[in-house]
Write a new protein. Structure first.
Length: 314
């Protein structure tokens, strides 16, 4: 079969011939991959910068999820976390215990573009913390694909106020005002909201997290009111300096949400609910379909956070 293959970290995947993977147990089946998204996590996988990356895994087919058709004609959404053979290939072996049969009429390309974006914040709020309806959420990094989707997820799950924070005023302004309480790219504005924020969904880490955390904690009027900070990404940097005083002087709790802190079974358990919302039209990320054979060209394109590249069969 043909696949996108990374032979050295930091280089674009090449469209190469590989031996077809084979099911290894009764729970695995082979599917024809119809659509697989190029998510930020997939780029990190190819660069070798993700915390799960290891040089002894090379060569690797990147891709962490996708939509495939089984021999019986059914459409499956599947995850390929931890596999050397990822989803950017003509065929993939999936574990049916960690996959979900999509409803009739599902658009494979739309699902591949959207589900990964939506499920990130969904898992954080439903599996990593005890989120209560009416709590106020700050989305740090709301102009990226997963950040914009997080705003919608927060509203659907019953958030009281949703504050969208990001550095691009134009993209912030494009977020539907009905979904948010405030739009801000200013640390001072974030600080003024600090007294009312209960949960932070952080897709950035790095310096923005440092600045926002200090501003929020400094403005807490009720120091016994918990502030739960959930890190979901590191688009602004892998390291952040945390003042010890912020942890001791407030009910600040730091939590991570991602592969490792969530089991594959926990992730899979939430797929049906998110897929159902995509089918209803609640969530939708505009896909940018590209043939898998063009993977090298697509890899070098500037990232457009308003769309999601989805690789499709040639």
């Amino acid at each position: 079969m043909k696949a996108a293959v990374v032979t050295a970290f930091g280089t674009a995947p090449q469209y190469l011939e590989l031996d077809e993977p084979q099911p290894a147990n009764e729970h695995e089946i082979l599917v024809d991959v119809l659509a697989a998204g190029l998510h930020p996590r997939v780029r990190m996988q190819a660069v070798g910068s993700h915390y799960t990356s290891s040089s002894d895994s090379l060569p690797v087919v990147p891709g962490i999820d996708g939509v495939g058709r089984g021999s019986d004609g059914r459409l499956w959404y599947f995850m390929s976390l931890g596999r050397r053979y990822g989803s950017l290939a003509e065929r993939a072996v999936i574990d049916t215990r960690r996959a979900f049969v999509l409803p009739d009429g599902s658009d494979p390309v739309l699902v591949a573009a959207t589900l990964n974006c939506a499920i990130a914040s969904w898992l954080a709020l439903t599996r990593r913390i005890t989120f209560e309806r009416g709590q106020n959420v700050l989305v740090l990094g709301a102009t990226g694909g997963t950040g914009r989707m997080a705003v919608q997820v927060c509203r659907l799950l019953g958030a009281g106020q949703v504050i969208a924070a990001g550095r691009d005023p134009e993209r912030l302004a494009a977020i539907p005002r009905a979904a948010v309480t405030a739009l801000t790219s200013d640390p001072e504005t974030i600080g003024r909201l600090g007294a009312t924020v209960d949960v932070v969904l952080d897709f950035l880490w790095g310096e923005p997290a440092e600045t926002a955390m200090a501003a929020l904690v400094a403005r807490r009027t009720d120091l016994l009111r918990p502030l739960t900070w959930v890190n979901l990404g590191e688009m602004a940097g892998a390291q952040a300096m945390l003042p010890a005083g912020a942890l001791r002087s407030s009910r600040l709790q730091l939590v991570g949400s991602g592969q490792g802190s969530l089991t594959a079974a926990e992730m899979a358990a939430e797929i049906p609910a998110v897929a159902a919302e995509i089918a209803r039209g609640t969530f939708a990320v505009e896909p940018d379909p590209i043939a898998l054979s063009d993977v090298e060209r697509a890899w070098s394109r500037p990232v457009d956070s308003s769309k999601r590249i989805v690789f499709t069969p040639n």
